[in-house]
Design a protein around this ligand. Structure first.
Ligand code: FE2
Length: 364
């Protein structure tokens, strides 16, 4: 590890989604995914051009934002990309220092350090460009005691109750063919991250399609960002499908860490969240491939949960279907038992399943 981490990150602060109808999205994130609505900004709070809902579960904080006026950057973003992730916000101790360091290393600053103030104190933010129209935002909270940020008012709603989503584990970006190395260098040079893993199309391929992936992680290991690019295959890969429907690079999935994946997935299934289904054959020799684990294999099969083992331990994971009509953003639920991997052993089984879904959409 480098002695001087020039961008010490405290962790993920929040993820902001630009959506067509934030009020209805908030209902879905509450009633189906178990997020509690904790704060709101909009007409009632004196904001005339946008509405935002802050949704919290465990340490996961999502912000859902819609435009209130027609010719608005948020409305244009939704028209082009559909619902999706706009902002990946990272907490830092000093926004000005963070921006100075990354700018000196080549970051494009979209919004210089800005101090937002209300009766609860001062919150500072700064924004830099990332892939496509996605941005990174640095957030400095030490001077702020309010519910989320100036302009937001707390909500009294109880919400339906959580399903055990505890923290953001990693956030994955899809980029065009040939751009993965550009962005992995960008993470290294601009943000001071290092490469944790590299998967080639030999690791991640099926009969029809392939992808390549590099995983970038910050100095403390708190923030992990895999980057995918499509590889040449006989048919269109799931990354190509994403790039076509998102109209360019962007966030493919947000992985959420849990402590009891069986309980979480059971609760989400009760709330009618749809997950990708792997072929039944996946479970036939799983016990032999994986060895001893704490969970019951029959329960994993019933719930459709995947298992992968590497030198450090094992992990359990499952992927939702896309959470909007375009085949773009989805979520992963992950429970780690020592493993620091991403389930590469599951990729092939998973992609057979993904391609079946792609074919149903007429996109293979
Ligand atoms: Fe993932």
């Amino acid at each position: 590890m480098s002695a001087a981490d020039f961008l010490p990150l405290r962790g993920y602060d929040h993820v902001e989604f630009y959506v067509g109808n934030a009020k209805q999205a908030a209902h879905f994130y509450d009633k189906a995914l178990g997020f509690k609505p904790v704060a709101k900004m909009g007409l009632e709070t004196g904001c005339r051009d946008r509405a935002s809902y802050v949704m919290q579960q465990g340490n996961v904080r999502f912000v859902l934002t819609s435009a209130l006026t027609p010719d608005h950057e948020i409305a244009r973003h939704c028209a082009l990309h559909g619902d999706g992730v706009k902002v990946i916000a990272l907490e830092v101790a000093d926004v000005e220092a963070a921006l100075r360091e990354v700018k000196a290393r080549g970051a494009t600053v979209v919004q210089p350090t800005q101090a937002w103030e209300d009766q609860h104190g001062v919150l500072k933010t700064g924004v830099i460009r990332y892939a496509g129209d996605t941005v990174f935002k640095f957030v400095e909270r030490r001077g702020y005691r309010g519910v989320f940020a100036p302009g937001y008012q707390p909500l009294a709603a109880q919400g339906r109750g959580g399903v055990g989503l505890a923290a953001i584990d990693h956030i994955v970006t899809n980029v065009h063919l040939g751009e993965m190395n550009y962005w992995s260098h960008w993470y290294e040079q601009v943000l001071g991250f290092s490469q944790l893993k590299h998967f080639t199309d030999a690791d991640i391929s099926t009969e029809y399609s392939a992808l390549m992936s590099k995983v970038m992680e910050n100095g403390s290991g708190k923030c992990k960002f895999p980057i995918n690019e499509p590889a040449e295959g006989r048919k269109k890969s799931q990354i190509d499908e994403y790039l076509e429907w998102y109209q360019g690079p962007g966030v493919q999935h947000v992985a959420l860490a849990v402590k009891d994946i069986c309980a979480t997935v059971r609760a989400l299934r009760e709330r009618e969240i749809d997950f990708l289904r792997v072929p039944a054959t996946y479970y036939e020799d799983l016990r032999d491939r994986i060895g001893r684990i704490d969970e019951d294999f029959d329960e994993l099969r019933e719930l459709g949960i995947l298992v992968d083992r590497d030198e450090d331990g094992y992990l359990l994971q499952i992927f939702t279907q896309p959470v909007q009509d375009r085949p773009t953003l989805f979520f992963e639920v992950i429970e780690r038992h020592g493993s620091r991997g991403f389930g590469v052993g599951n990729f092939k089984a998973l992609f057979v399943s993904l391609e079946r879904e792609q074919a149903r959409r007429g996109n293979l």
